[in-house]
Design a protein around this ligand. Structure first.
Ligand code: MD3
Ligand code: FE
Length: 219
């Protein structure tokens, strides 16, 4: 049996690799079905800004051992859904496979944030720095309508570039891109027929903790 080979990615910036059409249409459909199953156990919730409580326009859920949440108390990773109190469902196998194929990480992911964008949702420019391990990459998979994604450098002021993330695309952020500012300016509703309604799903696989130190052997 021959293994399907993965095409070479584009390097958008040092450490930022982009595989356009990484998932073909049947793989996208299968992954949407997996995510619907996750959301049946861990429904979408509306995160709120720390301190002000202002709701995000993006709705979220998670799978894997840990999930990212945000409310008046702050941003954090936790093992349970903030509204149901239930543990997050396990990773679908396709997500583990994507991590193993595309990332060079030594350790498995611990969290997958599921972002749901309706046609009007956006995400302001930010860094992902709630993890205790920045040496591990972040892997993003896009499903549904195309998004205008903005990528900057590691300083908030400074140049940015925009790319269109389409259904099936994968983006890996490692090295000096791991702490780059980034955001979603807008969703181009009606650009994909994958989902039954206009909108976009983004999945980001993350490592939260460094490897646990093995106890030193007794001397
Ligand atoms: C660049 N999500 O969940 S994915 C997020 O499309 C997030 O939903 C966006 O930003 C989305 O935090 C962008 C691409 C992405 C994900 C993580 C990154 C780009 C990144 C981490 C560092 C630098
Ligand atoms: Fe982010």
């Amino acid at each position: 049996m021959t293994l399907a080979s993965i095409p070479a990615p584009l390097e958008l910036a040092p450490g930022c690799l982009w595989w356009q059409g990484y998932l073909d249409r049947p793989a996208q459909e299968a992954l949407v079905a997996d995510i619907r199953e996750v959301l049946a156990t861990a429904p979408l919730f509306t995160p709120r800004m720390p301190r002000t409580g202002k709701p995000f326009s993006v709705r979220m859920s998670n799978c894997g051992p840990l999930g990212w949440v945000s409310d008046e108390s702050g941003y954090r990773y936790q093992p349970r859904h903030p509204e149901t109190g239930t543990p997050w469902p396990p990773f679908p196998a396709a997500l583990r496979r994507a991590w193993d194929e595309l990332s060079d990480a030594d350790l498995p992911p611990e969290a997958c944030l599921i972002n749901w964008y309706g046609p009007e949702a956006r995400m302001g420019l930010h860094q992902d720095r709630d993890e205790q391990e920045f040496a591990a990459p972040v892997l993003s998979l896009s499903l549904g309508d195309t998004a205008i994604f903005r990528l900057g450098g590691t300083e908030r002021r400074g140049g940015t570039r925009s790319i269109r993330l389409a259904s099936g695309d994968a983006l890996l952020l490692s090295g000096s891109s791991r702490l780059a500012f980034h955001g979603i300016d807008r969703i181009l509703a009606g650009t994909s027929t994958l989902l039954s309604q206009p909108g976009r799903i983004n999945l980001t696989l993350r490592r939260v903790h460094p490897a646990r130190e093995e106890p030193d052997a007794a001397l």
